[in-house]
Ligand binder design. Structure first.
Ligand code: ADP
Ligand code: G6P
Length: 474
């Protein structure tokens, strides 16, 4: 397939692989971090399409290439744009604002200008790559202006947008000096998808109040007669693929080995996250430390493994978080650990999929405690890996996943005592209770996998824009 005539085009800030230049000048491609890539990659593999995105570097090589059977179309981003568009407006303005202001968002006019310029470049590239009447699916908060910019050039296209992170209530969104432009950018899509129904409601309400369009339930009526739908489509994972991996002998062997290397403790607790302040890593580790201090848990029979992928390391809030976590782990291990028995094993890097599956298999309790999170795929990955119907999932009420995984051990991550109680309850639950909960959650995640998510989304998209002949099926 030529990238110049794709009937199905995904536009995301990130390509699924990151270009890494080694010290000797050679180039390697590594899997990009984060849930967006985890979810979209299997959809892309099932579809013959093109994926437009940034390679993670500042190279200017823009020729489409095929990697791992996917057609990838790089969009160049300069060093200054990485600073202003990516680290600045995307990750120091929008990211904290959309995640309930858990960190203070910064507003800078130059960052906004860079955001507009980079969004235009992505839209231009999509306009070149999409075939006549193609379906173009724009992803996430970094590219909210692309739908309108693309529609202006290519009214023949069917345009979808999906936001992977929460969409804030009007009271917070209103702070943005460029609020109207962002809403109008999104309204260039035929269907604006969100993780949770309240995100879609926030959006429709804002469109009514701020842009003045007529709305009815989940529909927005534009003056030119076009209709835009805003609805929730909770994203998921390739459940069957991960379970297959988790069931392999190699992963099972490795899971055993991990437990042995940890000293075969009675309880292995696990945290897996990008190192991001929205994930509640600090509170979670502190809670575990306090449980040891209070004698509820002993380092002789419990250990916490925290694996954290480095993320957005040049953004100040992320630097602060990294230092805070380094200090906290050092303090807890220094105060409470014994020889051969640290309280926390902290690994600050990205692990291959096999190792992740083995970690999930080895963990008695998976602790997922975000302060705000669009979905959280780690929770779903843990559940799918536990094909033995054992293991306990501790899950924040503020993760989108809590809407579906009702049988998890749910908690409020701001409530330290509550969090400690729930972690203890998960550690002490009887096998029969663990099984009951896990079985129900597994059914949910297996039935609602990422293929189902994409099918539902693309079906809805073709209903809002029925005048189209071509159908895309994941
Ligand atoms: P986010 O998209 O905010 O990073 P999610 O929980 O939705 O959060 O998705 C994170 C994805 O990244 C999951 O697929 C998870 O397995 C993967 N991941 C997180 N930490 C690591 C790590 N240290 N090594 C490898 N993969 C990781
Ligand atoms: C989240 C966002 C994605 C982003 C990912 C990794 O999943 O929703 O859009 O790609 O985090 O973050 P990064 O900044 O490294 O792309």
């Amino acid at each position: 397939m030529s990238a110049h005539q794709a009937d199905f085009v995904v536009v995301a800030n990130r390509l699924p692989v990151d270009r890494v230049v080694n010290d000797d000048g050679s180039v390697d491609w590594r899997r990009s971090p984060g849930g967006l890539v985890t979810a979209i990659e299997p959809v892309m593999r099932a579809n013959d399409g093109a994926w437009i995105g940034w390679s993670g570097g500042t190279d200017t090589d823009v020729e489409p290439f095929v990697e791992d059977e996917m057609t990838l179309v790089p969009v160049p981003v300069s060093a200054q744009e990485v600073e202003e568009f990516y680290e600045g407006f995307s990750n120091a303005t929008l990211w904290p604002l959309y995640h309930d202001v858990v960190a203070k968002p910064a507003f800078h006019r130059e960052w906004w200008e860079s955001y507009v310029a980079v969004n235009r470049r992505f839209a231009d590239r999509a306009a070149e790559v999409a075939a006549e009447e193609a379906t173009v699916w724009v992803q996430d908060y970094q590219l909210q202006l692309v739908p309108a910019m693309l529609r202006e050039q290519r009214p023949d296209l069917r345009i979808g947008f999906f936001l992977h992170i929460p969409f804030p209530p009007a009271e917070l969104f209103q702070q943005l000096p460029w609020r109207r432009q962002l809403l109008e950018g999104l309204l260039g899509a035929d269907l604006v998808g969100f993780q949770r129904p309240n995100n879609a409601q926030n959006f429709v309400r804002l469109v009514r109040q701020r842009v003045g369009h007529k709305t009815h339930r989940d529909l927005v009526y534009l003056p030119d007669g076009r209709m835009v739908q805003a609805a929730a489509f909770p994203i998921s994972i390739d459940s069957a693929g991960l379970e297959e991996l988790a069931r392999t002998d190699a992963v099972e062997q490795r899971a055993k080995e991990i437990r042995e290397q940890l000293g075969n403790p009675r309880h292995v607790l696990l945290g897996v996250d990008r190192l991001d302040y929205t994930k509640g890593i600090y509170n979670r580790l502190r809670a575990f430390g306090e449980l040891i201090e209070e004698g509820e848990v002993s380092v002789e029979d419990a250990v916490f493994v925290q694996v954290a992928t480095p993320s957005r390391e040049r953004v100040e809030q992320y630097r602060i978080l990294r230092d805070d976590i380094d200090r906290l782990v050092g303090r807890i291990n220094g105060d409470l650990g014994r020889i051969g028995r640290p309280a926390i094993h902290y690994i600050h890097n990205s692990q291959p999929r096999e190792e992740m599956a083995a970690l999930f298999r080895a963990a008695d309790v998976c602790v997922v405690t975000p302060l705000a999170d669009g979905m959280n795929l780690v929770a779903k990955e843990y559940v799918v890996s536990r094909y033995d119907n054992d293991g306990a999932l501790v899950l924040s009420e503020f993760a989108g996943a809590a809407g579906e995984l009702r049988q998890a051990f749910l908690l409020n991550p701001y409530d330290m005592n509550g969090m400690k109680e729930v972690i203890l309850a998960a550690m002490r639950a009887e096998r029969s209770e663990r099984t009951k909960r896990m079985r129900a959650m597994r059914k949910t995640v297996k039935e609602n996998d990422v293929t189902r998510w994409a099918t539902k989304y693309l079906d809805a998209l073709s209903h809002v824009r029925p005048s189209h002949h071509k159908q895309v099926r994941p």
